[in-house]
Ligand binder design. Sequence first.
Ligand code: ADP
Length: 221
Amino acid sequence: MIRFEQVAKRYATGHDGLGSVSFHMARGEMAFLTGPSGAGKSTLLRLIGLIERHTRGQVVVGGQNLQRIQGRRVAYYRRNLGIIFQDHRLLLDRTVFDNVALPLVVAGHRRGDIERRVRAALDQVGLLGKERLFPVTLSGGEQQRVGIARAVVNKPPLLLADEPTGNLDPELSQEIMSLFERFNQVGVTVLIATHDVDLIRRMGHREIRLRDGRLAPAGRP
Ligand code: ADP
C-alpha cells in the first residue's frame, strides 16, 4: 500500500525533514510511527498526503507513483486517504453533521447519499444522535471522533493520523486507538504518528521508529 524508496525531504528553508527513508507497508496493515519531536513523523505523513512533496527518492501509494500526481489529480488522489490531525481542525460554526459531510459535499455526492453515509460514519465512532450539535459543545474525545468520522466517511482504504491522541488523557487515548483498530480489522490500512509509546507497545502493532529523519531500529515488539 505504501512504499518509500530512499525518500528525502528538504524544506525550502534548507531544513531536512527526512534523510533517506525506505520502508514498505502492506495493504491492510496497521503501524505506528514513533520518534522524538522533530524526528520527521509529520513530514512523512505529509508526503503521503501530498501536503508536501518529497525531494529525493520514490513514494508509491496504492500503486501510484506520487511524483506523477500533479495538478487536479491531487484532489482525486486525496479522496483515497483519510487524514486525522491532533487538533482535529473542525469547522466551529458548522454542526457535527456538516463537518462530517464536508468531504462528500466537495466530491459532489447527492443529498440522500450524504445523509446515509454521514449517519453510518457517526455510528461507527459512537456519535449517532449528536449530528445537530456544534463541536464546541463536545468533549475533546468526542471532537476527535468527529474528525475520525470525517476522515472515514468516504471509506478510504488508507487512514493517516498525526498525534490523534496528543490532547487526550490515557483512557480516551486508548478508546481512540481501539477505534482505529476496528477500521483496520475491516481492511483499512492505518498509519498513526504518536509519542505515546507506552500505549502503543501494549497494543502490539508494528512500530516504525524515526530519529533525525532516518529509520531507527524497531520492528515488532
Ligand atoms: P515530528 O513530526 O517527528 O515532530 P517533523 O516532521 O515535524 O517531525 O519535523 C522534522 C524536521 O523538519 C524538523 O527538523 C523540523 O524543524 C523540520 N520541518 C518540519 N516542517 C517544516 C517546514 N514547514 N519548514 C521547514 N522545516 C520544517
